[in-house]
Design a protein around this ligand. Structure first.
Ligand SMILES: *Cc1c(COP(=O)(O)O)cnc(C)c1O
Length: 360
């Protein structure tokens, strides 16, 4: 099956073999070595020395952890809502009582540094900014470097970044861009099964942790920071640790620059292939994502039918549109363990499915 949803992404045979290994005691030197190797490989791949904590949860759990570890009820927070995941990050902060100022954008658009500057000038008390690096629901990569530079020039607000569908596939120098806390998930660009959120916590986020008064127990990041010394706070997803350990070793071997270049090449290949089929791209082309492509469903076709024919007749699974874009767009995932062949096959399947549907 050609699984082309934007997560969970396919896993390499090496990763699949690793996750099938027997359990070990999660409080053992052996597990300690796995955690240490994962942490060091994450830090080396991302060229940072900041803490990377491994929390057994999905990407959304990681976003909740980012909120409860740095904010307090009543904190004024600026959130960018440019799609389903930006909206989710905003909702989490609101659920915990943040005084949220929502910068809402039309789906398919990228937030501009100028809009952030204006919002920060209007509200000088903003304590944190919630950003999505790559909005998976629309296939947009926001211009994060410029946005972060703008925030740093205007305020001391904490920068919390959802990089669930970008870290590991798109260049993201977390320290140079001044990102205080970054969240990613095992099942996206890391080519590993779902189950782990990886949280890169910078010094300013740890300071915020000390001041923050939101309730937290399972997601208290201090427990995970101390895990190296005290052992795991809770039973971790041991098999997913095996998988991530293997996937990261392969990524480090390929090298970050090669991984990023592969994603850039495959991203352009998908956009070019889609357009040569006469289909149109949904996202603002200046901000098109190299990990997921959103495509407008042509007027004469039914998006659900297209997905069904692809699945049943061509063994190819695509992502549906989310929220009010259900049936109006479809999405092709191309992150993690993905090759040019994989996307070429998906494009060929799409070409045949389109012609089948139009012949009926
Ligand atoms: C997938 C995704 C999430 C949510 O992750 P879950 O693992 O489904 O909870 C959050 N943000 C972005 C940008 C994503 O792509």
């Amino acid at each position: 099956m050609n699984l082309r949803v934007p997560g969970p992404t396919p896993c390499s045979p090496e990763v699949l073999a690793a996750v099938g290994r027997q359990m070990i005691n999660h409080r053992s030197p052996e597990m300690g070595e796995i955690v240490q190797r994962i942490t060091e490989n994450l830090q080396s791949f991302l060229a940072t020395e900041r803490d990377f904590l491994l929390v057994t949860t999905s990407g959304s759990g990681g976003l909740e952890a980012a909120v409860v570890n740095t904010l307090s009820a009543g904190d004024r927070v600026l959130g960018v809502d440019a799609g389903a995941f930006g909206k989710r990050f905003c909702s989490i902060a609101e659920t915990y009582g943040a005084d949220l100022i929502r910068l809402e954008l039309e789906w398919g658009q990228a937030v501009q540094p100028e809009q952030i500057r204006q919002a920060l000038r209007e509200e000088p008390e903003i304590r944190a900014v919630l950003l999505t690096h790559n909005e998976t629901s629309t296939g947009v990569t926001h211009p994060l470097e410029k946005i972060c530079n703008t925030i740093r020039a205007e305020s001391d607000a904490l920068i919390l970044v959802d990089a669930v569908s970008s870290l590991g596939a798109l260049p993201l120098p977390v320290d140079a861009w001044g990102i205080d806390l970054v969240v990613t998930g095992s099942q996206k660009a890391w080519g590993t099964p779902p189950g782990l959120a990886m949280m890169g916590v910078g010094a300013r986020a740890w300071e915020a942790h000390q001041r923050s008064t939101l309730p937290r127990f399972y997601f208290d990041l201090a427990r995970y920071r101390d895990a190296a010394r005290k052992g795991f706070p809770f039973t971790p997803a041991v098999s997913v640790f095996y998988g991530l350990d293997t996937a990261l070793a392969l990524m480090v071997e390929e090298g970050p620059d090669a991984v990023y270049a592969r994603h850039a090449r495959i991203g352009s290949r998908v956009r070019e292939g889609i357009q040569s089929l006469g289909l149109s791209l949904f996202a603002d082309p200046r901000f098109a994502s190299n990990t997921v492509t959103a495509v407008n469903v042509p007027e004469d076709l039914d998006g659900k039918e297209l997905a069904r024919v692809l699945r049943e007749d061509y063994d190819t699974v695509i992502g549906a549109g989310q929220a009010h874009f259900a049936g109006r767009i479809f999405r092709i995932g191309h992150m993690g363990w993905v090759s040019e062949d994989d996307v070429n096959q998906a494009l060929a399947a799409l070409e045949r499915a389109l012609s089948d549907l139009r012949r009926r």
